[in-house]
Design a protein around this ligand. Structure first.
Ligand code: LMR
Length: 393
């Protein structure tokens, strides 16, 4: 065995779109690929509250000395309070800062693997990186086809029935809100049924919360996750600040582990810290410091919430414009109106997706997922719908 035994690995297809799109010189190109928020000019802005906090941080930071494997504890506390707003749940939980939401998921996977967990259940389709992250920690995944993007429905009963075969202690991955890639979230009754089934089968929920504030509203977006986390004796919450604080490249996230009581949570925390130490040792500081500064200052926090509300309203408007496209061949765009957040998945073939790219400079994921924020305005939506009409004719 040596390094020469390795074979070349394929590039991540989603991230590859970033390069393909920037190499395309057609002026009217449309990027519906990677999931980042964009403004009407096609830019992913630094949020005003973030810029202000960065300025303050730059002026006041006295040292770059290590913070420690848990990261910025005040960031974790404030983010937990803001995101969940449930003191009794947080009292039986411990959180650590992670390098982005993916770092949180990977840390969760490592801790679960150390606890002997073998299986993760997930509703399909799910984010393309979910299963590889768990596979890398030796956890196998069971996928249950639950979403029907063509019909715009989340078929909760299928998932609930499949979970009857799960073993106590298996982990169930749930998207907190703004499901990636379909935009279809369980409704309140479906979240309750999930919470019941998980508790009844003694399954461990792992909620991936990467889009809080971009689906129905900041507090509203936590309701489903809270229904599940409050009922489960043991649970995990992986949180990303990439999208709702626009901090993508700063890799800012957190992982919470909940146990039946505070001493139990401290044991989980010690395991998270030990795993963090051997993976990244300590998380990067800048993004967490910025979020902390925003959440510490009520005026800055209000400014951030207002901007986030505006981002969500932009997505809602674009989604409604897409839904007005109605039926186009085999694609019923009106069902897109049922989704929320950044994403929707269209039932398109690889050939349709190739033609949209080659003939119309429209880039999207190979699964038919589109990033709704990729449309600059309703004019771009109209351009897309007319290209779709041509391709599906
Ligand atoms: C996406 O789904 O497009 C984003 O979460 C970016 C990523 O890392 O895949």
């Amino acid at each position: 065995m040596s390094l020469s035994s390795l074979s070349a690995q394929p590039e991540d297809p989603l991230l590859h779109i970033i390069e393909q799109y920037s190499a395309d010189s057609r002026p009217d190109k449309i990027d519906l690929g990677v999931g980042v928020f964009r403004d009407p000019h096609g830019h992913t802005p630094v949020m005003a509250a973030v810029s202000e906090a960065e300025m303050r941080h730059w002026k006041t930071q006295q040292t770059k000395a290590y913070v420690g494997p848990a990261g910025d504890r005040h960031f974790v506390t404030l983010l937990g309070e803001e995101a969940l707003g449930d003191a009794s749940l947080l009292a039986r939980g411990c959180g650590v800062q992670t390098p982005g939401g993916t770092g949180a998921l990977r840390l969760a996977a490592e801790v679960l693997a150390a606890a002997g967990v073998k299986r993760l259940w997930a509703a399909a389709p799910t984010w393309t990186n979910h299963l590889p992250v768990f596979a890398a920690a030796g956890i196998e995944s069971r996928l249950v086809r639950v979403f029907d993007p063509a019909e715009g429905v989340y078929e909760a009963d299928r998932f609930l029935n499949a979970l009857s075969d799960a073993e106590p202690g298996d982990v169930v991955l749930l998207h907190g809100c703004g499901h990636n890639p379909t935009g279809l979230d369980p409704n309140a009754a479906q979240w309750e049924s999930l919470a019941d089934r998980l508790a009844e089968r003694r399954l461990v929920p792992l909620v991936d919360m990467a889009y809080q504030g971009l689906a129905d509203g900041f507090a509203e977006d936590a309701a489903g996750a809270l229904a599940v986390l409050r009922r489960a004796p043991y649970a995990l919450l992986a949180y990303s600040c990439d999208k709702n604080f626009g901090l993508y490249r700063e890799r800012t996230g957190a992982l919470w582990a909940f146990a039946p009581d505070a001493p139990g949570a401290r044991i989980l925390e010690s395991n998270m810290l030990a795993k963090a130490r051997v993976n990244w040792s300590m998380p990067p500081d800048h993004g967490a410091a910025v979020v902390r500064l925003i959440l510490e200052d009520s005026a800055l926090k209000r400014c951030w919430h207002e901007e986030l509300d505006g981002m969500r309203q932009r997505l809602t408007g674009l989604r409604a414009a897409l839904a007005r496209g109605g039926r186009i061949g085999s694609v019923d765009c009106s069902v897109l109106g049922r989704g929320r957040g950044l994403f929707a998945t269209l039932p398109l073939s690889p050939d349709h997706i190739r033609r949209l790219c080659e003939d119309y400079a429209i880039y999207m994921a190979g699964s038919g997922r589109i990033n709704i924020a990729g449309f600059t305005d309703e004019g771009a939506v109209a351009t897309f719908l007319s290209a779709l009409r041509e391709v599906l004719a």
